[in-house]
Structures are given as structure tokens and as C-alpha cells.
Design a protein around this ligand. Structure first.
Ligand code: URA
Length: 235
């Protein structure tokens, strides 16, 4: 499908739309080896080679973002009251229709994936696909080996929802890693509550084979690398 050259460049993540326009007008952009100075010129990004400053850019049909969701921000696309994770992205990306893959509660933090690829989101969240999500938690109360066993058998919550067997790994008696393959509403908090304890803090540290980038600070984001994208899709 043909698209404007400035949009192709901004969709690739190389620059904002207005910077892309300036780069094109300045003669820094080549399409199939020929300088193109018209931002409105249309090309099929999947069937041409586009270079900015002689570096090939790769067009992103879909976008995959790793965000360190901070506490106090909603995992939603819009909200009348609270700040959303989408508002932490630059304007160009906000227009791409990204949405969070699964949710982290407002008072939870950590690894949140955002994408505009619905099929991918479904795969990551489907319990049938067995993509592990790992959370680091601290609790009010003392975690025991009995809790580890309860998690390993699966838990039926007070509303009758059945949680599949999950892994609880104790670090200390108030800190643990929890590994889930599904994502029910408040699942970790409710599973811990059914063991008679309360989650104090919760941070998601990995999704499938991908760990939250240690260089990201709360509120920061980056694109998934092509390798990470492939790993997740094949996980
Ligand atoms: N489980 C929870 O209870 N909350 C989260 O934010 C994520 C998993």
C-alpha cells in the first residue's frame, strides 16, 4: 500500500512527522537510490528501499513497545480522570492506535507491552499459549511453603474463578516471584489474598522470554528489537 514518505519515516520510528518532513526537504532522504525532496510523495514501504542519511530505515507494519509502567498510571488507552500509559508516548506514536497487552493495576508497575497488533496481543494473553508472566511481589504477612503448594495446585477465587496452577518462588518470607500464564483481574493480589496475605507491591519483570530492560526507568519505553519480537512471537 502506498503511503506518504514523511509518514513512512515517522512510522519507522526514525523521526517525528515534522522532523521527517524537514529531513526530506533538506535532501537527506533517498528512495531506491534517488533523492526525494517531496514529503507528500507516495511509495509502497514494503517494496522500496528508503535511506535517511544513507542508512536504510525499516518500515514497521506493526509497532511493539516495551514500557516500564510507573505506579499511578492507568493501563488504558483513555481515561477521563487518570493519566494513561498512552499519554507517556510521543505524539506520533499516540496516533498509531497502540493499546496495552494485558493490564497492570494502577498501583502496580513494571513491564507493559503496547502494540497495534491485535493477533499478537491475543496470543500473548491467551492461557492456551502458555506465555509466562513473572511478577516480583512484596507482601504483608509471612509466605510459607504451604502457599507455594497452594499456588502449584491452582486456586479457586472467592467469586468462583479458577486460576490455573502457578509458581510461587519465595525469596524471603515477605518477597517472592509469581509466574502466571493467564491474566485475570487482580489475579496475583487475589491469589495471595486467598492465602490470607496482602500484596504490598507488585512489579512485572518479564513476559515470556523477554525481561524488562534494566536501563528503562519508570515511565520510559523503547521499541522491542526485531529479535525480541521474534522470540515473543515464537514463545
Ligand atoms: N495481578 C495483579 O493483581 N495485579 C496486576 O497489576 C497484575 C497481576
Amino acid at each position: 500500500m502506498e503511503m506518504r514518505l514523511d509518514k513512512i519515516i515517522s512510522d519507522s520510528g526514525s523521526a517525528t512527522r515534522s522532523i521527517a518532513r524537514n529531513m526530506i526537504s533538506a535532501g537527506r532522504v533517498k528512495v531506491n537510490g534517488i533523492v526525494c525532496k517531496k514529503p507528500e510523495s507516495k511509495f509502497d514501504p514494503e517494496n522500496c528501499e528508503i535511506k535517511v542519511d544513507n542508512e536504510v530505515i525499516s518500515y514497521r507494519r506493526n509497532i511493539y513497545v516495551m514500557m516500564y509502567k510507573p505506579i499511578g498510571v492507568l493501563s488504558a488507552t483513555e481515561d477521563a480522570v487518570d493519566k494513561t500509559v498512552i499519554s507517556l508516548l510521543p505524539e506520533e506514536l499516540q496516533k498509531r492506535g497502540l493499546f496495552p497487552v494485558g493490564r497492570l493495576d494502577k498501583d502496580s508497575e513494571g513491564f507493559l507491552l503496547l502494540t497495534d497488533d491485535g493477533a499478537f496481543a491475543h496470543t500473548i494473553m491467551s492461557p492456551k499459549k502458555h506465555v509466562d508472566k513473572v511478577y516480583f511481589i512484596t507482601v504483608d504477612g509471612i509466605l510459607t511453603q504451604d502457599d507455594v503448594e497452594t499456588f502449584s495446585k491452582g486456586i479457586t477465587l472467592s467469586d468462583g474463578a479458577n486460576c490455573k496452577p502457578a509458581k510461587l518462588e519465595l525469596i524471603t518470607d515477605t518477597e517472592a516471584f509469581v509466574t502466571l500464564k493467564e491474566g485475570k483481574y487482580h489475579q496475583v493480589k487475589r491469589m495471595i489474598a486467598s492465602c490470607g496475605k496482602k500484596v504490598l507491591t507488585l512489579k512485572r519483570i518479564s513476559i515470556g522470554p523477554i525481561e524488562l530492560d534494566k536501563n528503562l526507568m519508570p515511565g520510559e519505553w523503547r521499541y522491542l528489537s526485531c529479535d525480541e519480537e521474534k522470540l515473543l512471537k515464537n514463545s
